[in-house]
Design a protein around this ligand. Structure first.
Ligand code: ADP
Ligand code: MG
Length: 208
């Protein structure tokens, strides 16, 4: 019998909320805001992040606006679930689980989020929906379809001032994953993004 099975579902009832959008759109800020409100309401809150995202800090989640909260850095979805089971075993089952940079997790994270929600946990996951070439990012399409609630945020396009839906890689190579901030990425709306990316034959507009 797993730790999950030994503990009855939380009375409030679990859900999955996804906060999606490009870089600088305020996903981390919004995630931390929701967690802060839950903490104020005396709910037990736990925050996870993938180990590979160590831009700002190895343990804290930090927004571009310098808001921060301590988090458990985990290698993958299985490691996240293992840590959660340890909490449950210690009678410290969280009411709310936040996950930042969820796009870096493998697709197993979707099953893990569903199992947490089935156990009554409110799961709030924030992540990039598109990569720098405009392709759906990893586990995000699947996670978005499983979520009860989806919030799409936008940054402000640094060229047009319109809502920005794309993260343009300003510098660096063409690795699928390249961790960076304002020095490497720029938030763009559709027209300037198409200008710089589609014209250079990079943007993937089909479903490949
Ligand atoms: P995300 O997690 O979506 O990358 P964060 O929550 O870390 O975003 O940071 C959002 C903050 O980024 C904003 O409040 C603002 O201070 C800053 N920021 C920097 N560039 C932009 C931009 N082009 N549009 C909007 N906010 C920006
Ligand atoms: Mg973020």
């Amino acid at each position: 019998m797993t730790a999950y099975e030994r503990h009855p579902p939380h009375p409030v009832g679990g859900t999955i909320e996804v906060i999606a959008g490009p870089m600088f759109s305020g996903k981390t800020e919004e995630l931390l805001r929701r967690l802060r409100r839950a903490s104020l309401a005396k709910q037990a809150v736990t925050l996870f992040k993938p180990e590979r995202d160590n831009r700002h800090d190895t343990t804290d989640v930090v927004s571009h606006d310098a808001r921060r909260q301590s988090a458990h850095a985990v290698l993958n979805a299985v490691a996240l679930e293992t840590m959660l089971e340890q909490m449950v075993d210690a009678d410290e089952m969280p009411d709310v689980v936040g996950i930042d940079e969820v796009q870096f997790f493998d697709e197993e994270i979707v099953a893990v989020c569903n199992r947490m929600a089935d156990r009554g946990i409110r799961v709030i996951a924030a992540g990039l929906d598109l990569d720098y070439l405009g392709r759906p990012f990893g586990c995000m399409p699947l996670l978005l379809t499983h979520a009860e609630y989806v919030t799409k945020l936008h940054a402000i396009c640094t060229i047009t001032g319109r809502p920005a839906h794309f993260s343009h890689r300003v510098e660096g190579g063409d690795e699928d994953v390249q961790i960076g901030g304002a020095e490497s990425y720029q938030a763009l709306s559709r027209e300037p993004y198409n200008e710089v990316v589609v014209r250079s034959h990079h943007r993937v507009t089909s479903s490949e």
